[in-house]
Design a protein around this ligand. Structure first.
Ligand SMILES: [Zn+2]
Ligand SMILES: [Zn+2]
Length: 472
């Protein structure tokens, strides 16, 4: 083939595809529409300016007869309080969004959030448990009739803060941060105004994105004073919806191949090629993927050091993540993945070193908290249940929290761009829209109701604790 002919070769992708035309697409070769297996409509940014469906902010029901366990007055107090706080929370959310900080470096968020919680009368511990960017904010109220004869219950909450390298708040942790603050402040107002005994603990939890920050907080005893723990997480989904699905358990495998450099042309037989080892390992895992379950995930990258095309590379590093619906399944899958590395190390005559990272558990949502939350969002806030399995589809260190104490981590939909879910620059934009803010506040109101019931209704908390299963 002449050079001229070569240069005339066109990409095989049809032009219509590049333009995103649905009618002319060859769907059997390349899907061009966002994949949405649930069949539910994803809420997209272009209709984000539509208002959320209204709800009776001061009442107890949303078109249904069922009444809330909380009194009308308490419902009104918490809804009104979050509405009042909305401008301050919006400012806080945008400040954090404008100062994205990756895991373990959330200094701006740490200082801003702790200053704010202190200004609202919480007792604040900065650098909690000697973790530089972790913090804790406590509030306690004892009713005038409190005589110490009844147990005092504690509502635990989490505010995440970290962003992603290069793409900022592409997981919407600015919204998670303000949700924790909103629930803590609204619950405080209810305890004071209605003279109810209870404790509130809000933890500022660093390094969710790859650092398993909550595991360090668990190890340090950060969750031991809580009766339950609540947080929420934004993602794409149907308009005005929230889901309570699980998340995948995850473990990380860091792999290093050590070989021997040589001149790539003059004496290649003297080399042991670490890049070949990594290349074969990548291929082996790719082949393995066809034989694993559809809800299992293996994905990784290759990193080099002093690579040049005329040198046989003597070092390659791979960082892999292995995920499955339970930690037990991750253990089985990780062995199969490690076998790929062992085989390719032998084939390439390279030395292999493997280091495992912290395992994050699957998200074990507490059944009783889940059902009550689902009732609240539907009856009191006119929201629908998002049945998209794994709307986030990732993993979270909050999974480990759900094995420590009764917990809930609902996801909620914000309007997004097509194919602009979590961990994309499109989601970074979505996380600062007014509509995303309004969604966050609505879910915060629901979580405040749920949390208050847990610390006020002894029988309910009993059921919550009975449903808790710490077995791994
Ligand atoms: Zn994320
Ligand atoms: Zn996240």
């Amino acid at each position: 083939m002449s050079r001229k002919e070569e240069s005339q070769i066109q990409p095989t992708r049809p032009e219509s595809h590049l333009q995103g035309s649905a009618t002319a697409c060859l769907h059997h070769t390349i899907p061009c529409e966002p994949v949405n297996p649930s069949g539910q409509d994803i809420w997209t940014l272009h209709d984000s300016d539509e208002d959320l469906p209204p709800y009776e902010g001061s009442g107890t029901t949303f078109g249904k007869e069922e009444t809330s366990w909380l009194s009308d007055e308490i419902m009104k107090t918490l809804n009104t309080r979050i509405n009042e706080l909305s401008p301050a929370l919006r400012e806080l959310s945008l400040k954090i969004h404008d100062h994205p900080e990756i895991m373990w470096q959330e200094h701006y968020a740490h200082d801003t959030l702790t200053e704010l919680m202190a200004s609202y009368g919480f007792s604040v511990k900065q650098h909690y448990l000697d973790i530089e960017t972790a913090w804790r904010a406590d509030f306690q109220h004892r009713s005038s009739s409190f005589d110490g004869s009844t147990p005092v219950r504690t509502l635990g909450l989490n505010s995440e803060m970290d962003a992603l390298p290069g793409i900022g708040h592409a997981c919407g942790h600015n919204l998670i941060a303000i949700a924790g603050v909103a629930v803590a402040l609204a619950a405080k107002t209810v305890l004071e105004k209605h003279d109810i005994t209870g404790n509130i603990i809000l933890l500022g939890t660093p390094a969710e994105e790859g650092g398993a920050g909550k595991v360090r907080l668990i190890e340090g005893g950060g969750y031991k004073d809580m009766d339950i723990c609540l947080m929420c997480h934004p993602g794409p989904g149907p308009k005005n919806s929230s889901g309570t699905g699980s998340a995948l358990a995850l473990t990380g495998i860091n792999v290093e191949f050590f070989g021997h450099t040589a001149h790539a042309s003059a004496a290649p037989w003297e080399g042991q090629n670490a890049l070949d080892a990594a290349f074969l390992a990548y291929s082996a895992v790719s082949v393995l993927r066809q034989q694993i379950r559809p809800d299992h995930r293996v994905h990784g990258i290759i990193e080099g050091r002093n690579w040049a095309p005329n040198i046989i590379p003597d070092y390659a590093k791979m960082r892999w993540l292995v995920r499955a619906p339970s930690a037990a399944q991750v253990e089985v899958l990780q062995e199969r993945v490690i076998n790929c590395f062992k085989g390719t190390a032998q084939a390439s005559d390279c030395r292999l070193e493997i280091n495992m990272t912290e395992t994050m558990y699957d998200l074990r949502q507490n059944d009783v908290l889940t059902h009550e939350y689902q009732r609240i969002i539907q009856d009191n806030y006119g929201m629908s249940l998002n049945s998209m399995e794994g709307a986030i589809g990732g993993s979270t260190d909050f999974g480990n929290v759900t094995y420590e104490l009764p917990s809930l981590h609902p996801s909620f939909a914000i309007p997004t761009q097509p194919n602009g879910g979590n961990h994309t620059p499109g989601f970074t934009d979505a996380a600062r829209t007014k509509a995303a803010h309004e969604c966050t506040l609505r879910v915060s109101k629901a979580l405040t109701q749920l949390g208050l019931r847990a610390i006020m209704d002894e029988a309910f908390l009993g059921q919550v604790k009975e449903a808790f299963n710490p077995n791994k």
